[in-house]
Design a protein around this ligand. Structure first.
Ligand code: CA
Length: 491
């Protein structure tokens, strides 16, 4: 009898502890890993065979893999702007691909993913590629206190690659300062110098914009992935006892593609494949840290990409770093049409995996979701109501992320932002006719006809059925115009 009651007491204590954990799990840690330029077909769990991604495959098996997730834009800066603010970047002029001298494009004080989570008691950190501008005015002065930046829009901690790997300055910024800068050797940037021109080389690699000075602060290209991963894991370790939000934006696999020596030749798809495997390693290190710290069960982990894949040969091993030949049959955007920069599916449909053991239903999902929705999803997850003006294009896709059954989809349409705005609704994909105008070289551009695809049986967008469905073309033309004019799409 006595033993039995001790056992029930112990059980009760156990359940008590469980209840505490259950209450805590209402505020899971959130890690959003954003790869750069990784395409829909780049991971083995999305069909790749010449590139192996065991960690991402394991994550997909433990979580939910999305087949119709989209980056908010087909290029870097606007995707990051939209993820952070919940607003389509094409609504706001000045949110195109930024030089390393651009001022911050998100106004301090507005609701962002980090500021919203900070409001809910989270410690917030960003590690990796920023590319949203730094400082109050352009050109950014990297030699003093650099602000406003991430710390002014909701982050508690920042370790940044300021613009892109192929743009100057090639230095790290921690919070408000360049790391390791010698004041006697100030950084000067000249963005009239194009990539490949004399003066554009840093560490022997051509960059956009010339950098002089800052020699003691230069990053080492083949150590970028190692260093960023180390910083991401350190942030997790430091904040293991609090709810935290980590935005880990890798440089992989943007150009210049310079893997750490141990990844050289690791894949069967050239250097481009090698850096995908390096990215997979980084994700694996984050997963291992969560396991080691016993945080995996209480962490919502998302891994995705900022736009579709692209072939580009910039880097020290240029002839081996991103051509049809070096891809060796690897289809970086899988079955999709086009890639980075394009309004076709290859531009914005990206791999997307979410894991939160015991909360996210395992399996695959064909729900239409977008990174612009992360703000509303984060608000729902932390029990906050978004102000009417906040996140004007952010839909609460939390039920889709968790795999809850719903009668209606979380979002039934999406504007796809390539070099023109395209529209998704149901199984239809609409690319409006491009207006006649002057092209880049001053030549008059040929008018193009409106395009309509039924993705249900034409995922590769090869059969334009606009002529067969004039009523759908009309409906989608009207909807796209309304979404533009209204200034918001969230109900
Ligand atoms: Ca990108």
């Amino acid at each position: 009898m006595k033993l039995k009651s001790i056992a029930s007491l112990a059980l009760a204590a156990l359940f008590g502890v469980t209840a505490v954990f259950a209450a805590d799990s209402a505020k899971p840690n959130i890690i959003f890993i954003l790869a750069d330029d990784i395409g829909y077909g780049d991971w083995s769990c999305y069909g790749a065979t010449k590139v192996k991604t065991p960690n991402l495959d394991r994550l997909a098996a433990q979580g939910r893999r999305f087949t119709d997730a989209h980056s908010p834009s087909a290029v870097c800066t606007p995707t990051r702007y939209a993820f952070m603010t919940g607003e389509y970047a094409w609504r706001k002029p000045g949110t195109g691909i930024l030089p390393g001298t651009a001022a911050l494009i998100i106004e301090p004080g507005r609701v962002t993913v980090p500021s919203l989570l900070k409001q809910a008691g989270y410690i917030t950190g960003v590690v990796g590629k920023w590319h949203l501008g730094l400082g109050a005015t352009s050109p950014t002065d990297y030699n003093g206190e650099i602000k406003p930046g991430p710390l002014e829009i909701g982050f508690d901690y920042a370790w940044l690659l300021p613009a892109t790997g192929d743009r100057t300055p090639c230095v790290w910024v921690e919070n408000h300062r360049v790391v390791g800068l010698d004041p006697a050797d100030p950084i000067k940037l000249d963005y009239t110098v194009q990539r490949g021109q004399p003066g554009s080389f840093v560490n022997g690699i051509p960059r956009i914009g010339k950098q002089t000075g800052g020699k003691t602060a230069l990053w080492k290209d083949d150590e970028i992935a190692d260093l960023l991963t180390k910083k991401a894991v350190a942030f997790i370790e430091k904040n293991k006892t609090k709810p935290f939000f980590l935005y880990f934006a890798t440089h992989d696999i943007h150009v210049p593609r310079v893997p750490a020596p141990r990844f050289k030749g690791a894949s069967q798809a050239g250097v481009r494949g090698d850096v995908i495997q390096e990215f997979d390693w980084s994700v694996g290190e984050v997963m291992a840290a969560l396991d080691r710290l016993k945080l995996a069960d209480n962490t919502l982990l998302i891994v995705t990409s900022d736009n579709g894949g692209v072939l580009d040969t910039n880097g020290p091993d240029s002839f081996n770093s991103g051509t049809v030949e070096t891809n060796n049959g690897h289809l970086h955007n899988g079955p999709l049409r086009a890639g980075k920069g394009s309004p076709y599916e290859g531009g914005t449909r990206v791999p997307f995996i979410v894991r939160w053991p015991g909360h996210v239903q395992t399996g695959t999902s064909d729900a239409l979701i977008c990174h612009v929705d992360m703000l509303a999803a984060a608000a729902a997850l932390t029990g906050q109501k978004l102000a009417v003006e906040a996140g004007p294009d952010s839909f609460n896709v939390l039920p889709a992320l968790l795999g809850e059954k719903r009668d209606k989809p979380c979002r039934d349409h999406l504007v796809e932002h390539g070099n023109v705005l395209a529209l998704r609704k149901g199984t239809w994909k609409f690319v409006p006719a491009a207006p006649v105008g002057k092209g880049k070289k001053g030549k008059t551009r040929k008018p193009t006809a409106a395009e309509l695809y039924n993705l249900d049986d034409d995922i590769a967008e090869t059969k334009n059925v606009a002529d067969q469905h004039p009523e759908i073309v009309k409906e989608m033309t009207t909807l796209l115009r309304a979404l533009r004019e209204k200034g918001r799409s969230r109900p």
